[in-house]
Design a protein around this ligand. Sequence first.
Ligand code: FMN
Length: 316
Amino acid sequence: MKVLGISFGTKNGTNDSLCIEALMGAQEAGAEIEFIQMSKLNIQHCTGCCTCSKTLLSGKGNMCILKDDFEWLLDKMLDADGIIICDPIFEEGASGLFHTITDRFGPRMDRGNNIIGQKIAAATGGKMSDPRIIQDRVISYMGIGGSDWGTRVQCEHAMQALTPMWKVIDNKWFPWAKSVIMDDTRLAEVHQVGVNIAAAAKDVNAAEYQGEAGFCPHCHNKLFYLDAAHNQATCAQCGIVGKIVFENGKMTFKFAEEELQKAHDTLPGKFIHGNDIKNRIEGEFAKVAKTPEFKARKKQYKDFIKAVNPKKKVTA
Ligand SMILES: Cc1cc2nc3c(=O)[nH]c(=O)nc-3n(C[C@H](O)[C@H](O)[C@H](O)COP(=O)(O)O)c2cc1C
């Protein structure tokens, strides 16, 4: 059973140390371990071309057009039974590099898209996406902060697991963590993350979330989109819509049972979302994009101004 630790911090920084501490725990619990420093990889941003999902959903596999170290990283992740991610908190949330990895997972690693893509490939004799993408896998996140600003980090980390529907085992936020390796209590917590992921990776089907309950009873998230005009609250992670209510002095999130069918981290929810995109956006957009009026408006913007090229000197 393999556990992979990935640090998004600076070389030999706090994130590296904490990732290794958790890997020590995983090894003690019987895991074969491997460690990756993201600072050593060449990872480019997702350009939004959607080639990956277009090829996937036409049964032609799901390769990305960017040529960098992402394929190598993905192979390492798919080869592991359990993953530990240590990520520095930037602007209260995940680091930019972590967001890039989440984007590169994007529609390409979505479990619903891969199930559909593989069926299409099987029916048409096309190219299968990597079968490991739709295997169950467990992952834990640690958001490492230099201060106590970090209210978005757990939600942003869990979004990465939501795409392939990997099971989150621990999702922690460590504020004021620059000297955390001198704090034995918090270090034990980090170590336990490694022990927990190894135990979870041994039996992924039986594995369960080990973290705090959070506020959303479905996905444990604490971050919400509050729409006062409609007296409505939406879980910023699983997308369930409901209301915040106060009962016996306690604040809770209430929603209708059928909302669970639409949750973004469930297969029915993913299929609903996929169909919405296909019908409402791609369907309508494909029609309107062919009209002369649409083409004229696009041309108007294109002709109005040319983008400045950073490599050329700009003169007035
Ligand atoms: C651009 C930037 C933004 C940061 N924003 C936050 C923040 O909002 N909250 C916080 O707790 N720490 C913040 N930090 C501190 C980093 O989280 C901290 O330096 C990092 O975890 C150190 O990790 P390393 O030693 O592994 O590189 C920020 C650091 C940088 C460089």
